[in-house]
Design a protein around this ligand. Structure first.
Ligand code: SAH
Ligand code: SF4
Length: 384
């Protein structure tokens, strides 16, 4: 181990310790029954052992919970009636409460989910207009410790981290809302087929719970999403990017938004800790960064702030050699926000320069703006 490795390990330990201060409450109901959603396979085995069941039962239970979407033990026809009853005495298979659902004119659907302790977070389903599929945008925290200037979530202090049960629960409840579980005829769900960790919060400041949740959704006997269908967006928590790459290998999106440290320090304050050069070095190390699995650089287009042609040229110089695409996000305003979206011509000129340098530069069309469901518009009233 080099000195630098030791330092990042220390830094990771510090980040994990801070995350633990904002840990979610245990998933136990007032009557003492425990939540099964969000347990790892090992934890589920231990829970079953408590009622004298052998580990092989997990396979069946896991299938019912995560493949079929069952929430009621009595529907689990492959389990004997007495076992169903014993399970129901000790455990539940829950979902967060849906406090509000809104569907946008463009079919984007936003959920406000309420968890057992009353904390709330938002989840957005974004259907693909051309195909019958779409992405579920999950929150990882209630609020955020960072305060990126252009982000509505950034105006809400961190209330707490979401647990694995709550992260997977958002996805499962969204599937419930579309009846998207396999039919008895065996048809597989298609609509809710990808996950983006781009909702409220910084996923790499809640790494343990996010990682646990992603392992559950990737498990081949349950929801079985491939890592190619999952993208984690970070504002640039460098030491945790290495861990996520090594352990999860999901797609990575990086919120770059500026090409000089002076500007990025101001609009993405985390840059003061992990400046652009370190961030890009971590991107170059990221294992999934091959041509098949490019890193996405997110760049919110703020009028007159970061959208000049000179900045576009600097951007492509900075990321040269990284298998990447650049997702240009028109700024989405929210009540009290201080920026304007770039003018359309400016956006096009910027995109052209990036494209001419050989990077795909899709413009992320705002979705669900009418219901404040677009990027950076999520916020709840929850407080610590
Ligand atoms: N905390 C993570 C993930 C959540 S934000 C992160 O920052 O990457 C998902 C994306 O939306 C990020 O790129 C974020 O910078 C961007 N974003 C935030 N506020 C926005 C706004 N008002 N308009 C457009 N994009 C915004
Ligand atoms: Fe937090 Fe991401 Fe919003 Fe920044 S952009 S405040 S990191 S949620």
């Amino acid at each position: 181990m080099t000195h630098a490795d030791d330092l990042s390990e220390l830094e990771r330990t510090r980040i994990m310790a801070k995350a633990a201060l904002f840990a979610p409450p245990p998933q136990v109901l007032a009557d003492g029954r425990r939540e099964l959603v969000g347990l790892s396979r090992e934890e589920m085995a231990a829970a079953l052992a408590e009622i004298g069941e052998k580990p092989f039962r997990i396979k069946q239970l896991w299938h019912w919970i995560y493949h079929q979407g069952a929430t009621d033990f009595s529907a689990m026809s492959s389990l004997s009636r007495p076992l169903q009853e014993r399970l129901a005495e000790r455990f539940v298979i829950g979902r967060p409460d849906t406090a509000v659902v809104q569907t946008s004119d463009d079919d984007t659907r936003k959920f406000l989910f309420r968890f057992r302790d009353g904390q709330e977070a938002e989840t957005v389903y974004i259907p693909d207009r051309r195909e019958d599929r779409g992405a579920v945008c999950l929150s990882s925290q209630v609020g955020c410790t960072l305060s990126c200037r252009f982000c509505h979530t950034g105006t809400q202090r961190l209330a707490r981290n979401l647990g694995a049960a709550e992260i997977v629960g958002q996805f499962m409840a969204a599937r419930d809302s579309y009846g998207e579980w396999p039919s008895p005829q065996g048809e597989t769900p298609r609509l809710l087929s990808t996950i983006v960790l781009m909702g409220m919060g910084e996923p790499l400041y809640n790494y343990e719970n996010v990682a646990k949740a992603m392992r559950i959704v990737m498990d081949g006997e349950g929801i079985a999403l491939s890592r190619r269908r999952i993208t984690l967006s970070t504002s640039g928590v460098v030491p945790m990017m290495d861990r996520a790459g090594a352990e999860l290998g999901v797609g990575l999106a990086v919120s770059l938004h500026a090409v000089t440290d002076a500007l990025r320090d101001e609009i993405v304050p985390l840059n003061r800790k992990y400046p652009i050069a370190e961030l890009l070095a971590a991107c170059r190390r990221y294992p999934a960064a091959s041509n098949a699995r490019r890193i996405t650089f997110e760049y919110v287009m703020l009028r007159g702030v970061n959208d000049s042609e000179a900045e576009a040229r600097e951007l492509v110089r900075l990321i040269a050699g990284i298998p990447a695409k650049v997702n240009l996000i028109p700024f989405n305003p929210w009540p009290g926000s201080a920026y304007l979206p770039s003018k359309r011509e400016q956006l096009m000129r910027f995109a052209q320069i990036v494209m001419d340098a050989g990077f795909a530069s899709p413009i992320r069309m705002p979705r669900g703006q009418d219901i404040l469901a677009a990027c950076g518009q999520l916020r709840t009233e929850s407080r610590r």
